[in-house]
Design a protein around this ligand. Structure first.
Ligand SMILES: [Zn+2]
Length: 177
């Protein structure tokens, strides 16, 4: 499989029972839908090995704003599911196969900025909470059904996999997200 951003080969990595493909051109990560579903199970910070590989290939010069095609399906442009302008985070999802592409530059930055696990957990929680709490598209999702919440939880667990955080949507007293 080729990286949708750079066209370079992806490296398949199995971490904590989840198989992902890391781009050797930009450090972005592809999650197949059936692998994403494993995030519904609890995953603690098993992502250290993944982070090392992502860091190895991370290229800050790659344009993460450009629209990309699904690396699995032919001629399907990935949908930007939600996007936090403030946090520069986007999840690009395939409407056909349900796979997800994640550009990971900022998650890597958090991991580097905070040396202790406690500090990192705190920073990551604030970061992930901000994505889910303040993004207008996420706010709109609040009006939707349980399926959206399940999906948001899955995405939050995906983030947590890379950047350990205690934040999970739906567990707050201020609302579903
Ligand atoms: Zn697809």
């Amino acid at each position: 499989m080729l990286c949708p951003r750079t066209g370079e080969p992806m490296k398949e990595v199995e971490i904590g029972g989840v198989k992902v493909d890391v781009s050797m051109g930009c450090g972005g990560v592809w999650f197949d839908n059936f692998e994403l579903q494993k995030f519904d199970e609890q995953h603690e910070s098993a992502g250290d090995e993944l982070i090392k590989i992502m860091e190895q290939f991370h290229n800050p010069d790659v344009d993460t704003e450009a629209k990309i095609q699904c690396p699995r399906c032919e001629s399907i442009t990935l949908m930007r599911r939600f996007f936090s302008v403030k946090r520069h985070v986007a999840i690009d999802e395939c409407a056909q196969c349900g796979g997800v592409w994640l550009d990971t530059g900022e998650l890597l930055t958090i991991r580097k900025q905070y040396p202790t696990e406690e500090e990192r957990n705190k920073a990551a929680s604030a970061y992930i909470e901000d994505i889910f709490k303040n993004d207008p598209q996420i706010q709109a999702m609040k009006a939707e059904q349980q399926e959206s919440l399940t999906k948001a939880k899955r995405f939050a667990r995906m983030f947590r996999f890379i950047c350990p955080s205690n934040y999970i949507p739906g567990d707050q007293d201020w609302g579903a997200f």
